[in-house]
Design a protein around this ligand. Sequence first.
Ligand code: SF4
Ligand code: SF4
Length: 239
Amino acid sequence: MIEKNMIEPDVKCIEEIRKLGGDSLKNCYQCATCSTVCNLAPAANPFPRKEMIWAQWGLKDKLLADPDVWLCHQCNDCSTHCPRGAKPGDVLAAIRKYVFEKIAFPGFMGKLVGSPSAFPLLFLIPVVLLLAVLAATGHLNIPEGDVIYSHFLPIGTLQYFFMTGTFYAFIIFVISMSLFWKALNRKSANLIHQENKQSFIPALFAASSISLESARVMASGFSQKTCFPSDIASSTMGL
Ligand code: SF4
Ligand code: SF4
């Protein structure tokens, strides 16, 4: 029996990834050179070729559920060797920004964190909030007498402010991580990872080990290729 596989392209997703730095994605013609040269692409499930076609077709659910984009350390070896100038390293970076924007809670924080031009604003927000708290508690003035730090910024107010901020950051981190984990575990989105599914703690250890390996490869500059053309030819694109 022929198995049907319905594909639901999302044009908005394609445009958003292009705007986030992946505007070369349409150049890809699926030769797989990128997956062959990538030091970190595993033989069983190489990247970034499959991500290129998912991005070209706007397969949003697959991109949101793809753990492989987080393995990439953007060395751009793949972009250097791409015969079409499709810049797969940049496209993967754009996909990561896209996932941030879609999954982060609250949504506007995902947008701000993914945009270097918004960094001054990110520093400004707590400064303005702190000034507002000082004004509200009657401490936005220059006290008379000796210069004593706690007269400018009362210790209790500072403790209250930073403890509230830390608690808020922890809550949005937990919510964002749980949304991310949920997206990664969506059954219909990424069948090629279903057989390797793990619960959160073992997956965290496995991911940490891969990150350390990635850092080691970067630090040494040593090319430890784990994926070969024959593997690429026999792999699927996970569609
Ligand atoms: S090397 Fe370039 S053209 Fe070939 S699959 Fe990768 S991104 Fe596409
Ligand atoms: S940028 Fe480097 S790590 Fe990322 S996919 Fe390309 S070759 Fe692999």
